[in-house]
Design a protein around this ligand. Structure first.
Ligand code: TYM
Length: 345
């Protein structure tokens, strides 16, 4: 990896209902990484139309994710925040990657199978090719580190496969251009912590998700204190008290989920949380979780709403971020076209 400058890239879809899973699995970690790395955080609006084409609220959803990034603590002056559709290189590189990636690779993508459901014939071609666009998002900036939740792991493996195949297939022109370690880096996924996979509050076997029909399954970042409290109080649990050690969470997915959420929000490990709450009934633990959640999430939700209403500011952040991203993207695209063998007149 020595030949590649360290750079973090990640993206969030503007499909509405940004929730606690998105926050703990991704956005909160984006904030922490900006101390150590140069970071690019993208509102991936091209991805957002793969499942549902016409979304009257799309513009508002793009601004909401942008507002969430800033409200959570990402500094758009020091790092880049932009929306994908303003940088044409994403779509251009994705086309080339459609020719790099193999059908067999795509056929193994579990998220496509989940999202397409039973009516696969009716899924869009965009939904099927989605991981190729995601690889393009990352590799357009030759990013070395990608923080995501657990559910994106397979897509990041595919990103590495795409990079590797491109580097191999074009080994001669890449070497001629002086790139001794290949043109694209093999990106490192950054997945981890106690909340890499936050589960539904109604069902510990299901991921917390934007598309769950029950709003009680998730805590939205825009929920106010009363809504957060009501959802945590109604969260599914089991009749046992909390264990004192992590091993005691085995086979208790709902308990494990709530302990993981508490740990992530309080910057502790699950073991530390259990050392404090072991033996407690859920009623007491949930009361503590409500206080912590309202304390940590309340101000972010309020700031998100304030920022989102200031469309001039939000659109300005996206415009400026896009300009900076485009300069980097254009340089990669020019080189890629040359490596592939297209003529530039
Ligand atoms: P998206 O928009 O579904 O989710 C955004 C981020 O939130 C994480 N996440 C979760 N983490 C923990 N628990 C959960 N229940 C949970 N639900 C969602 C996701 O893992 C993700 O990190 N394909 C991506 C967007 C994308 C992208 C990229 C990411 C497009 N291009 C390039 C990284 C790099 C997606 O659909 O995320």
């Amino acid at each position: 990896m020595a030949a590649f400058k360290e750079l973090v890239f990640s993206g969030v879809q503007p499909t509405g209902n940004l929730h606690l899973g998105n926050y703990l699995g991704a956005v909160r970690r984006f904030v922490a990484l900006q101390e150590q790395y140069d970071c690019i955080y993208c509102v991936v609006d091209l991805h957002a139309i793969t499942a549902e084409l016409y979304q009257p609220e799309l513009k508002s959803q793009i601004r909401e994710v942008t507002a969430a990034f800033i409200a959570a603590g990402i500094d758009p002056k020091k790092h880049i925040i932009f929306n994908q559709s303003q940088v044409s290189g994403h779509a251009e590189l994705a086309w080339i990657f459609n020719c790099v990636a193999r059908l067999g690779w795509m056929n193994r993508m579990t998220q496509f199978k989940e999202k397409a459901g039973k009516d696969r014939e009716n899924a869009s071609l965009g939904l099927y090719a989605y991981p190729s666009l995601m690889a393009a998002d990352i590799l357009l900036y030759r990013a070395t580190h990608v923080p995501v939740g657990e559910d994106q792991k397979q897509h990041l493996e595919l990103t590495r496969d795409v990079a590797q195949k491109f580097n191999n297939d074009f080994a001669a022109p890449i070497a001629e251009r002086g790139h001794a370690d290949g043109f694209f880096p093999l990106t490192e996924p950054l997945i981890g912590g106690p909340a890499a996979r936050v589960m539904s509050l109604r069902d510990g076997a299901k991921k917390m998700s934007k598309s769950d029909p029950s709003d009680f399954s998730r805590i939205n970042l825009t929920d106010d204190g009363d809504a957060i409290a009501a959802k945590i109080r109604r969260a599914k649990t089991d009749p046992e008290a909390l264990p004192s050690e992590e091993a005691g969470l085995a086979g208790r997915p709902e308990a494990e989920n709530l302990v993981g959420i508490y740990a992530a929000l309080s910057d502790r490990t699950k073991a530390e949380v259990l050392a404090e709450f072991g033996g407690a009934q859920f009623s007491a633990f949930k009361a503590a979780l409500v206080d912590l959640s309202v304390d940590r999430l309340g101000p972010i939700g309020a700031e998100m709403k304030r920022l989102k209403a200031d469309t001039t500011y939000i659109d300005g952040v996206l415009r400026e971020g896009s300009e900076r991203a485009r300069a980097m993207a254009d340089a990669t695209i020019a080189e890629v076209k040359d490596i592939v063998g297209f003529v530039r007149g």
